[in-house]
Design a protein around this ligand. Structure first.
Ligand code: TXA
Ligand code: MG
Length: 304
């Protein structure tokens, strides 16, 4: 049996399969299986009221899992899928278990753009609920190795699809209201969304869960993260070292796409070195995926 067919079987029998997407690795479970979902939350150490994203193979399945899906959702899906956009729509209760959505009436759905993820979704057929494959609040994994380091034997199978091409999570847009609302910045830029919608989206990216996952502190390494501008870096590093702290530096490549791709790998590498403080240089350009990099760094810094 192929790896993919085996992985689909593991999901069908209620198991947990980690798989690559273009954003980060996900920890997958059958979105209709309450027991599998409860185990998923337990392994992630995630609060049970914190909804996860359900992945589907094709945009046409949006109406299978969601109901009363508005025209704007179809337009965004057509333009961005497969790709790093999650749409929050009303949930069909027989297709998505309440356990996947923290009991909410809505569900976040996306079609990932990665050949392994798509092959798995095709073989499985239904929706795969998959949060990022890390413990709750921690740095998301962008390689299979990261997943094994974090979750070890708690996951039944890890599909290896190399390094994630985007490197930060999907953008989340809630389309259940009169106007689409941005809940999390991510792989699809605000500029692109504004182009598609015809206006800049309202944001609800902070506070008691707009998207429950957008907690103020999240995406956090073990080391304390401090944000600095490039010009301040050397002086700040010297000051911390003089105080006896070990310091790691996360430099900002000019290319924001490159920064996004290497962000979590970089944070993880510094944690492995056991530094006390990570000095992270904010991206110079915050258009495109640069906004997501800045957002994740701010949340990482807010965690300590
Ligand atoms: O790129 C991604 O989105 C990755 C890959 C694996 O697809 N997944 C991911 O999942 O980042 P997770 O669970 O780490 O983050 C899911 C986010 C959370 O902030 C959650 O609150 C939000 O999606 N979310 C999911 N369903 C929602 C809903 N019905 N209403 C509001 N927010 C929702
Ligand atoms: Mg996550």
């Amino acid at each position: 049996m192929s790896d993919i067919a085996h992985a689909a079987d593991v999901l069908r029998s209620g198991g947990l399969v980690a798989f690559p997407t273009e954003t980060v690795y996900g920890l997958g479970a059958d979105a209709t299986n309450p027991r599998a979902l409860r185990r998923l939350f337990a392994v992630k150490e995630r609060p049970v009221d914190h909804p996860v994203i359900v992945h589907i193979a094709r945009g046409e399945q949006l109406d299978d899992l969601g109901r009363d899906v508005p025209e704007i959702a179809h337009a965004l899906a057509d333009a961005c899928w497969p790709g790093p956009l999650t749409l929050v729509v009303r949930r069909r209760v027989d297709r998505v278990a309440a356990e996947a959505t923290g009991g909410r009436d809505t569900v976040g759905i996306r079609v990932p753009d990665h050949p392994v993820a798509r092959a798995l979704l095709d073989a499985f057929g239904g929706g795969i609920a998959a949060p990022s494959a890390n413990r709750f609040g921690r740095v998301s994994p962008t390689t299979a190795r990261h997943v094994r380091d974090d979750l070890g034997g708690d996951v039944d199978l890890v599909l290896d699809g190399g390094s994630c091409a985007v490197g930060v999570e999907s953008t989340i847009v809630d389309v259940t209201g009169a106007e689409p609302v941005l809940l999390r910045v991510g792989g699809i830029s605000e500029e692109r969304l504004a182009e598609l919608v015809g206006a800049r989206l309202a944001r609800r990216t902070a506070g008691e869960v707009a998207a429950p996952g957008t907690l103020e502190s999240h995406y956090a390494p073990v080391a304390r993260v401090e944000l600095v501008r490039a010009a301040e870096l050397a002086a700040r590093a010297q000051c911390l070292r003089a105080a006896g702290l070990s310091v790691g530096v996360l430099d900002a490549p000019d290319d924001v796409g490159e920064y996004a791709r290497g962000l979590y790998r970089g944070l993880r590498a510094l944690d492995r070195r056991g530094v006390d403080v990570i000095l992270a240089v904010l991206p110079v350009h915050t258009e495109g995926v640069g906004a997501a990099v800045a957002d994740r760094l701010r949340r990482a810094a807010a965690a300590h």
